[in-house]
Design a binder for this molecule. Structure first.
Ligand SMILES: CC(C)(COP(=O)(O)OP(=O)(O)OC[C@H]1O[C@@H](n2cnc3c(N)ncnc32)[C@H](O)[C@@H]1OP(=O)(O)O)[C@@H](O)C(=O)NCCC(=O)NCCS
Length: 179
């Protein structure tokens, strides 16, 4: 079995190795990483799973702050989420998502977005948000999913995702200039 705890600073290299194995070493070229560049993950929502038998790190979930649309509505970008491949299917992913979403709701976050498969994330209530007018430029709209933590949050949010960093000025690594 496993235990979910908050991430510690020394977990970083082990998490990087797990993410490389889960997504491949080219993972940082994915569009979603451009929203993470230069912005720290939210520490209160960065959770890890550890095997009870030997204490090794076997799963990780992190969230980044993003802004949506001209109103710069704050939202969470869930991911990356990864589970040690040898331990897939034992509920580690479900526990990491469930506990972190509970904590996000407790912390009064309103909306969670992610890029992923609805076939997996649909069981947690995530649905495509393209119809609400939320877009991640360059990403397949069917893979941009959202979950309201506060009823009505989706109806109050529309527009393009922007990295939180862009609100502080200066171009991001894709050359997008802050408005
Ligand atoms: C996706 C992932 C996080 C799931 O973790 P996990 O601990 O194996 O998941 P759980 O044990 O909680 O859930 C397993 C269930 O999810 C299903 N599942 C796993 N990946 C899926 C996918 N891509 N699409 C649809 N269903 C999927 C399994 O078939 C299983 O279904 P069941 O409950 O009906 O038997 C893990 O497989 C992983 O790290 N994959 C590689 C990285 C990745 O794709 N991350 C998510 C995108 S950000």
């Amino acid at each position: 079995m496993f235990t979910i705890t908050t991430e510690r600073a020394e977990d970083g290299p082990v998490i990087d190795s797990l993410l490389d194995r889960a997504f491949g070493p080219e993972r940082q070229a994915k569009l979603s990483y451009s929203y993470r560049d230069g912005v720290a993950p939210l520490a209160h929502l960065s959770l890890v799973a550890r095997a009870n038998s030997h204490g090794s790190l076997v799963g990780s979930i992190r969230y980044w702050p993003v802004a949506v649309g001209p109103r710069q509505s704050p939202a969470l970008l869930l991911g990356p989420l990864a589970v040690e491949p040898l331990l897939a299917g034992q509920g580690i992913g479900r526990a990491l998502i469930g506990q972190s979403l509970d904590m996000a709701a407790w912390a009064r976050h309103r909306l969670v977005l992610l890029v992923g498969d609805e076939s997996y994330y649909g069981r947690f209530g995530f649905r495509p948000v393209a119809a609400q007018g939320i877009v991640m430029p360059g990403e397949n709209p069917a893979r941009l999913l959202g979950l309201e933590l506060v009823s009505g949050a989706l109806a109050q949010t529309a527009g393009s995702l922007r990295p939180w960093r862009s609100l502080r000025g200066g171009p991001d690594r894709l050359g997008r200039q802050a408005a």
